[in-house]
Design a protein around this ligand. Structure first.
Ligand code: PLP
Length: 240
């Protein structure tokens, strides 16, 4: 698809469809639609689609630091999110180009991010990735280990804002099966938020990054504030 007008029209239709579904999910549980932000995941999107989307949307997510570093300077008006696994040798790139890092999956990585952010004079918002679906292949803090590690987490962040938790549900054909994973993330967030040490540190865990194209509706019903959608945003656009 080369025609810029056709790309724009298709993206508008896709976004409208998604917004309808977000609104309906919010209404089912009496949430305000404004509580849910759509992060458009651009990792597989061709550059003309990304440029076109930037005219009508402002939160983009990349899962590889290199591609983030290439694209962010070309669209500096966009709020860029890093959502994919981060190696420690790419941390500098991540803090330079991401306003929010969703994939902080270990204490060591958190320490490296805090170091780099201090050196680069950046203040990215951070989400701790939790392996709430207990899959061996997924990275993230174990939900049962996080409460014990929490004092170390608060210290390792060195004043960088930890704003919430992120998770990925197991892949399934039935989105309903993802609900317990999302509910567990919310309950874990609530428990961490209510601790005296969290309150004393002034940390506010208001974000829950959960839900992808296949499961964002149950995620919203369970409290998601950030949904990360790639396939749904870019559907029906054909590569040349
Ligand atoms: C790719 C990706 C998404 C988006 O997945 P879709 O199924 O295309 O919506 C969301 N989160 C992460 C961490 C991803 O890597």
């Amino acid at each position: 698809m080369h025609d810029p007008a056709a790309i724009t029209a298709q993206l508008t239709a896709n976004l409208n469809g998604i917004r309808q579904r977000i609104l309906a999910a919010c209404q089912r549980v009496s949430r305000a639609e404004s509580e849910v932000r759509l992060v458009a995941v651009t990792k597989y999107a061709a550059w003309p689609w990304v440029e076109s989307l930037a005219l009508q949307h402002s939160d983009f997510g990349e899962n590889r630091p290199q591609q983030l570093a290439e694209r962010q300077p070309l669209l500096p008006q966009i709020r860029w999110h890093l959502i994919g696994q981060l190696q420690r040798n790419k941390v500098r790139m991540a803090v330079q180009h991401a306003q929010m890092i969703h994939s902080v999956d270990s204490l060591k990585l958190l320490e490296a991010i805090a170091d780099a952010a201090c050196r680069e004079n950046c203040r990215p918002e951070l989400l701790l990735q939790v392996n709430a679906s207990f899959e061996a292949a997924k990275s993230g803090f174990h939900p049962d280990a996080l409460p014990e590690l929490w004092p170390q987490v608060l210290q390792a962040a060195r004043g960088l804002p930890i704003v919430g938790l992120m998770t990925m549900a197991a892949e399934t054909d039935n989105p309903e099966e993802t609900r317990p994973t999302f509910r567990q993330l919310r309950l874990l967030r609530d428990a961490l938020q209510n601790r005296p040490d969290t309150i004393a540190a002034g940390v506010q865990l208001h974000e829950l990054s959960m839900g992808m194209s296949g499961d964002f509706e149950p995620a919203i019903e369970e409290g998601a504030t950030l949904v990360r959608l790639g396939t749904a945003v870019f559907q029906n656009l054909e590569r040349d």
